[in-house]
Design a binder for this molecule. Structure first.
Ligand code: F6P
Length: 342
């Protein structure tokens, strides 16, 4: 059995740990592995490397992905789709394990519907894939946000400022809510709940009246003011899955807050710091469990499935179900976060 492995979409701490687990477990079944470079794009270009047991040794703590990644949608153009099917045959891939978020796994679901033997592994720091409690990479991102908030707290308090911290989270505010709770944010803004800028300012002013001369506001990059009616984007360009480049809500908020409260305000964009570097122990273990289960599904001939975490069990759900809709923030968690606003 020759199993292709690819990593697609934004990179995420733990990708290499998944690759390592798949290859090490698959080796026990006597499988061979073809690493497909740069996500679905590598399959269009037949760009591959051999993944031996030796090649995956030492990968566990490494950030990024040894396979590279891209945001290429190979099904956008029918000519590409044709090339993709031809190359799967030419490379003699008996099965493919796709490690990715909703875009990468959306392609995997469509390929499965067309008879390709695919298994998916849920990856995204955003934690917005349905059917799984957590995606790997999320815990690492939350730890980095927490670390950043701890540091920003002291400088913000020393200068009696308002600090707006923009974190990742395109359509779902999981990182903002978990990072914000862990780091003691005074306001947390998420895409699921468009905000009223005057309400944000009222919280900050009340804190000041109560003797707190500083405030920390955490905003997911996809959070937006009610009156704007949509997300704040950097420019009009879209990637091949139709996503806009987000960014700017931190700067917008800091400017508006300073204007409306007369309190000196700054903003920090954590950006790709949240995605780079070594995974936390939690993510290494989750990634390892996902990798093992994914190759075991291949061995069982159970295709069209995505491995998932439900409670503390690794289960599998259909790729179609996992990619049908995004998993937005659990509003009970947001209610808990809200108790600490102000
Ligand atoms: O992978 C998800 C994500 O980290 C989003 O939170 C963010 O909007 C996007 O990727 C950024 O992507 P890029 O690295 O392509 O700018």
């Amino acid at each position: 059995m020759n199993v292709g492995i690819l990593t697609g979409g934004g990179d995420c701490p733990g990708l290499n740990a998944v690759i390592r687990a798949i290859v090490k477990r698959g080796h026990q079944f006597g499988y061979e592995f073809t690493g497909i470079k740069d996500g679905w794009r590598g399959l269009l270009q037949s760009k591959t490397i051999k993944l031996t047991k030796q090649a995956v040794s030492g990968l566990l703590p490494m950030g990024g992905t040894i396979l590279g990644t891209s945001r290429t949608n190979p099904l956008k153009d029918p000519k590409d789709a044709e090339t993709l099917f031809k190359n799967i045959e030419a490379l003699k891939l008996d099965a493919i394990i796709a490690i990715g978020g909703d875009d990468t796994l959306g392609v995997a679901a469509k390929l499965h519907a067309k008879g390709i033997k695919v298994v998916g592994v849920p990856k995204t720091i955003d934690n917005d894939l349905s059917g799984t409690d957590f995606t790997f990479g999320f815990d690492t991102a939350v730890s980095i946000v927490t670390w950043a908030l701890d540091r920003l707290h002291s400088t913000t308090e020393a200068h009696q400022r308002v600090m707006v911290v923009e974190v990742m989270g395109r359509h779902a505010g999981w990182i903002a809510v978990y990072g914000g709770i862990a780091g003691g944010a005074d306001v947390i803004l998420i895409p699921e709940k468009p905000f009223d800028i005057d309400e944000v300012c009222a919280v900050i002013k009340k804190r000041k009246e109560e003797g707190k001369n500083f405030s920390l506001v955490v905003a997911a990059e996809g959070a937006y003011p009610k009156e704007a009616g949509g997300m704040i984007t950097k420019d009009k360009t879209l990637d091949s899955f139709g996503h806009a480049k987000l960014g700017g809500v931190g700067e917008f908020l800091a400017t508006e807050i300073e204007k409306r409260t007369a309190l000196e305000s700054r903003y920090v964009v954590l950006g790709h710091l949240q995605r780079g570097g070594t995974p936390t122990a939690y993510d290494r273990i989750l990634a390892t469990r996902y990798g093992i289960r994914a190759i075991e599904l291949v061995n069982e001939g159970n295709f069209g499935r995505m491995v998932a975490l439900q409670g503390n069990k690794i289960v599998d759900i259909s790729l179609a179900e996992a990619t049908a809709k995004l998993k937005t923030v659990d509003l009970e968690m947001y209610r808990i976060a809200h108790i600490f606003f102000g």
